[in-house]
Write a protein that binds this ligand. Structure first.
Ligand code: PEP
Ligand code: MN
Length: 342
């Protein structure tokens, strides 16, 4: 890190900062200009955080040199990470499409949706058995029964299963069925859950927090990677802004930004990102154009009867049209749509 001293900082203050750094094992390089002194320091920030230095007399600001996320940073794996999901290679340049209902509501609803999205060209089936709902009075998901239906849908269609795990106590149970463990937006800061999904070694879809910066999101991924699990897919799902016409503001600039900063594949969720059915296909195409490795899209056989997120859910017909349009765009970009079983 670089410590910029205030112009009026005297010898004693500069010396105090230097001594403190050296005491914590940092190597220190002093650059004394005409107006002010700048101190370069290399060492373990856990022993001396920037905030402690910033609190010292005479210090103006502390500038980190390296990203705080080390394992998630692109420098760590310049070639990029490919996440293996049931024979699918996420992040290999192909575009993956995960689709399905917001919530698993019944066996019939899930199987009908699974068959439809598989026929349209999806490679993964999404659907929550455990639902993070704003109100405790809203449908909370079918729990273990929902997981059984997901396993059956995989059996029938060959689709990989993406499903959310909301809490540490359910990690083993959900990991027993899921091909990809989803950590939802509201749980992006749940560091114990991140460690727990990291320990499973299973692929994780890490959604961006409702109000998380890109750096906070990558640091959340760092928790999973730090457990030795590099099977992480990031998912941009919109952030909360002053705009309330859409449910969230889909931050598509985050896609190329994160692909530059990190080696991890990035998905986009235009369903939660917009909250409006008619905006899903345009944003799905924009996401692919921005370089997304995959899409995750809500589809329901009868959106007006959905127990959760009907207004943003596509009918199977609309989803099928979306896949055709995305496929055309993907070809124009010189990429390919992934296929199940490849
Ligand atoms: C979901 O995908 O079902 C979901 C709840 O999404 P998010 O965590 O992004 O709100
Ligand atoms: Mn939803």
């Amino acid at each position: 890190m670089i410590i910029v001293m205030q112009p009026q900082a005297g010898e004693r203050e500069i010396e105090a900062v230097k001594e403190r750094l050296q005491k914590e094992g940092f190597s220190v390089h002093l650059s004394q200009g005409v107006a002010r002194t700048v101190i370069g320091a290399i060492g373990d920030k856990r022993r001396l955080p920037a905030s402690a230095l910033e609190a010292m007399p005479g210090v103006e600001r502390v500038i980190p040199i390296l990203h705080p996320y080390k394992l998630a940073g692109r420098e760590f794996r310049p070639e990029g990470t490919v996440v293996e999901v049931r024979g699918l290679q996420v992040g290999n340049g192909q575009v993956q499409i995960a689709a399905g209902p917001c919530a698993v509501e019944s066996r019939a609803q899930l199987l009908e949706t699974a068959e439809a999205v598989a026929a349209a060209g999806a490679t993964m089936l999404r659907g929550g058995a455990y639902k993070p709902r704003t109100s405790p009075y809203s449908f909370q998901g079918l729990g273990p029964e929902g997981l059984e239906f997901l396993a059956e849908a995989r059996e029938k269609t060959g689709l990989a299963i993406v499903t959310e795990v909301m809490g540490e106590p359910e990690v083993a149970q959900v990991a027993g069925v899921a091909d990809v463990l989803q950590v939802g937006s509201r749980n992006m800061h749940n560091f114990n859950l991140l460690r727990a999904v990291g320990k499973t070694g299973k692929p994780v879809l890490l959604k961006r927090g409702l109000s998380a910066t890109i750096e906070e999101w990558l640091l959340a991924a760092e928790y999973i990677l730090a457990e030795g699990n590099f099977q992480v897919i990031l998912c941009e799902r919109g952030i909360r802004t002053f705009e309330n016409y859409t449910r969230n503001t889909l931050d598509l600039s985050a896609v190329p930004a994160v692909k530059g900063l990190s080696h991890l594949p990035v998905f986009v969720d235009p369903s939660h990102g917009t909250g409006k059915r008619e905006l899903v296909a345009p944003m799905a195409k924009a996401a692919v154009a921005a370089g997304a490795d995959g899409l995750i899209i809500e589809v329901h056989p009868c959106p007006q009867e959905a127990l959760c997120d009907g207004p943003q859910s596509l009918t199977p017909e609309k989803f099928s049209t979306l896949v055709r349009e995305v496929a055309e765009l993907v070809r124009a970009l010189g990429r390919e749509l992934a296929r199940t079983g490849q």
